[in-house]
Each structure stands twice: as structure tokens, then as C-alpha cells.
Design a protein around this ligand. Structure first.
Ligand SMILES: Nc1ncnc2c1ncn2[C@@H]1O[C@H](COP(=O)(O)OP(=O)(O)O)[C@@H](O)[C@H]1O
Ligand SMILES: [Mg+2]
Length: 277
């Protein structure tokens, strides 16, 4: 199973939104996707139509046990005729779990990594909380890749630097995760937006992944616990879904998935035909 931790210690930048958008795009490409809701606010779970799901991620994190996440996996409640990721439900109890993790004398950075061992999904997306605490560290320890989400707003670059540094500290110790890149989210058309976008482009250049614009349809899809595809003709929904598809194309090739169907590259090459139009 491949895995991506979606991180930023700042709240409200769009980690959960990006997690759900990538989940939709990856599931639509044919992958078996698992969303891991590691934020005590449990917004990813609500976005997938699950409230107070049990067992939850808090049960998973309560003890170090290999493969324990399997017992907490449930299907999302997104429309049945579309992309349908699975979920490990979030729980507000996680907020009080974090200090308990800190008291583990053996260290508790790798509980999630251990819990996910042997899970058979193609891709796990780990929606991390807005902090640099042990929960986010567990997300990073469990992931092959990290994606930092930010928005074109004042001093965003400083926050990205701090998170980038944390990702590198973990990978320096463990070998993973590698930073896939930075997603600029909520990109709008105001002068302020343009100014801070340019700052991020100057500072991070090629680390920037395809961006996601500010669109009401995106907030509506999560608010209604549904997909952008299911919003159908709602203005901006199709465009937003295309932007997430473009982001997923880049992430999937970075992870070694085959772009045509999202699945891992086959061991043999299928001859490709070129169609001239
Ligand atoms: N691209 C976007 N367009 C419109 N609204 C967005 C977009 N990204 C995020 N939002 C909204 O901004 C708020 C914060 O996003 P969220 O994903 O919950 O951030 P985080 O997980 O980093 O705290 C939510 O209400 C969400 O619906
Ligand atoms: Mg969130």
C-alpha cells in the first residue's frame, strides 16, 4: 500500500479538503483508497458522511499493535454510483489521546505505521491535524510521501518551511516520507492572493504541485458529504474535479502508479498506440 500524509501545522488551509479531493480523484481512477482521519475535529469523516464512527482512529491509536487498523475500516457514505473510498473514522477522543502517547516510555511515533501494516488498499491518505504534535508525527512516520497544503496568504511560506523541516527530520531518521510537493489551495483572484501566490512561487518553485482554486462548489461538496462529480452541473464542480484529477496525475506518477488507470505499473509494458487527431 502506498500512503500520503497531508500536512500543515496551520488550520483552515485546506488539508481535509485536499485529502477528500485526492481521495475522489484516486478512487475515480480505479484505486482502492483508504482515508485515515487523524484530526480530532474529524472533518474528513463528516465529509465522507460518517459521524461518530466506531471503532475509530482513537481505538487504533490506543495500543501499539500490528495491523490493528483493519478492524476500524468502514465504507464511506458517498453516492454508491461514484468513487467510494474507505475510511478509518476520526474521533474527538484523539485530542486526549495525544498526551497519553507522549507518556509512552518506548515512544509512540510509529503506532499508526504499525497499525496500517498489512492493509491491502492501494493508497492511504492520512489527513493530519493542524499541529506539529505526536499525531502529525504519527502521520509522517506512517507515510511514503508527504504533501504540504498551504494557501496564498500572509506568511504562509514561513509555515511551509517549518513543516518541510519537520518532514526532513522524520525522513532523515526513517528514510520516509519524501515530500511529493506543496499544494497551493484556495487560489483566488484578489490582488492580495496574487501577491502571496508569487511569493510562494518564488520561494518553492518546482516543489509546487498543481494548484486548487477557491471555488464554492468545493466547500459545498464537503459540506454535503458528497463528491464534486455528484454535484453535477453546479457551477465550478467539474472544473474543481479536473483540478484534483490533475493533482492526482502528478502525485500518482511520483508514487509509481500507472497514469492510465491509477494502478501500480504492470511488470510488463503494454504496447501503446498513438492516435492522430
Ligand atoms: N479550494 C477551496 N475552495 C473553497 N473552499 C475551500 C477550499 N479549500 C478549503 N475550503 C474551505 O475552507 C475551510 C477550511 O478547509 P479545511 O480543508 O477544513 O482546512 P484544514 O483541514 O487545513 O483545517 C473549509 O470550510 C473548506 O470547505
Ligand atoms: Mg482538517
Amino acid at each position: 500500500m502506498q500512503s500520503i500524509a497531508i500536512v500543515n501545522q496551520k488550520g483552515g488551509v485546506g488539508k481535509t479538503t485536499i485529502t477528500l479531493g485526492i481521495a475522489e480523484a484516486a478512487a475515480a481512477s480505479g484505486l482502492k483508497v483508504l482515508v485515515v482521519d487523524l484530526d480530532p475535529q474529524a472533518n474528513a469523516s463528516s465529509g465522507l458522511g460518517i459521524w461518530n464512527g466506531t471503532p475509530s482512529i482513537d481505538d487504533v491509536m490506543s495500543e501499539p499493535r500490528a495491523g490493528s487498523a483493519l478492524e476500524a475500516i468502514c465504507p464511506s457514505r458517498w453516492p454508491e454510483d461514484g468513487p467510494n473510498p474507505d475510511l478509518i473514522p476520526g474521533s474527538h477522543l484523539l485530542a486526549s489521546r495525544e498526551p497519553l502517547l507522549a507518556a509512552d516510555p518506548v515512544g509512540a511515533q510509529d503506532r499508526l505505521r504499525l497499525a496500517l501494516a498489512g492493509i491491502g488498499h492501494d493508497l492511504a491518505l492520512i489527513d493530519c491535524p493542524p499541529s506539529l504534535g505526536l499525531l502529525s508525527i504519527n502521520g509522517l512516520f506512517a507515510a511514503e510521501r508527504a504533501v504540504i497544503v498551504t494557501e496564498p496568504a500572509a506568511w504562509a511560506a514561513d509555515g511551509v518551511d517549518l513543516m518541510h523541516n519537520t518532514v526532513e527530520r522524520v525522513s532523515g531518521r526513517l528514510g520516509t516520507p519524501r515530500l511529493s510537493g506543496i499544494v497551493m489551495n484556495r487560489v483566488g483572484r484578489t490582488r492580495d492572493n496574487r501577491y502571496w501566490s508569487e511569493q510562494l512561487e518564488e520561494r518553492f518553485g518546482t516543489l509546487l504541485l498543481p494548484q486548487i482554486q477557491l471555488r464554492a462548489a468545493i466547500a459545498e461538496a464537503s459540506g454535503q458529504s458528497t463528491t464534486l462529480r455528484a454535484l453535477g452541473k453546479r457551477p465550478g464542480a467539474t472544473e474543481a474535479a479536473s483540478q484534483f484529477d490533475a493533482l492526482w496525475v502528478e502525485l500518482s506518477s511520483d508514487l509509481g502508479f500507472n497514469e492510465s488507470n491509477g494502478r501500480p505499473e504492470a511488470a510488463f509494458e503494454t504496447p501503446s498506440t498513438t492516435i492522430d487527431s
